[in-house]
Design a protein around this ligand. Sequence first.
Ligand code: ADP
Ligand code: MG
Length: 263
Amino acid sequence: MHMDRHHETVLKLEKVSKLYEGATPFLALDSVSLEIMKGELVSIIGPSGSGKSTLLHLLGCLDRPSSGEISIGGRGISGMNDDSVADVRRDMIGFVFQSFNLAPTLSVFKNVELPLMISDMPKAERQKVVWRNLELVGLTDKANNLPSQLSGGQKQRVAIARALANSPKIILADEPTGNLDSKSSKEIIDNMVRLCRDERITVIIVTHDPNIAERTDRMVRIMDGKIESDTDERKRSREGTVNMLYGTAGNGAGKKEARRRVG
Ligand code: ADP
Ligand code: MG
């Protein structure tokens, strides 16, 4: 399907664990190994509390693992100090959250411009980047609107445009459609697919929504802090997809039902 892909690893986890310390320590990730290639469109699925956000935060260097090695663009981060890790994050990663996190008093344009203000980019260039990123999410006509004047899907597209500020190689999205209706959800996944295919950005989406997971190339299912299953292209099949989304235990009728819901 994507024969042109260079087999270049952008993200690699080797036996990564995350122990949340405190009064009741909790092992949220248990020796997870995972390799993600440039240009892949990956969904991370699994029940609430299984460790999806923890995994995404580690992939995005928002948090550090308790043990194991994480490499981003071929650079292992365990030996790096926090400033260097922040540099890697800034160079490589764009984050999209469920709750949009837009500044309510700033226009769409200013929201997308905001992360660019902290760089030394000259104003004219900055504005060019903002227009380009708004164009990538199809929102140039809303540049002067306030977030409150947008639909949920449009708000999330502003958040995606904002995440594109540093021309990230990787977009990490944590339940980006969790607050959206099905039409807006489709808008968002359409956008993510386009960024992946046209801009060759690696996209990793945590989602509960089978319709979103269905649209990705690869599904990684997390359960109790471990990878329970992983479809990559070699193993992927329609049957595998259905089983992954709805479980393998089903009898014939269950599978038929699952297929109906997927299709
Ligand atoms: P998911 O995103 O799949 O719902 P999370 O990665 O947010 O799951 O959480 C995984 C587990 O780790 C949950 O049991 C959660 O309660 C626990 N956890 C998450 N963050 C913390 C934290 N900062 N301190 C302690 N436990 C945490
Ligand atoms: Mg979560």
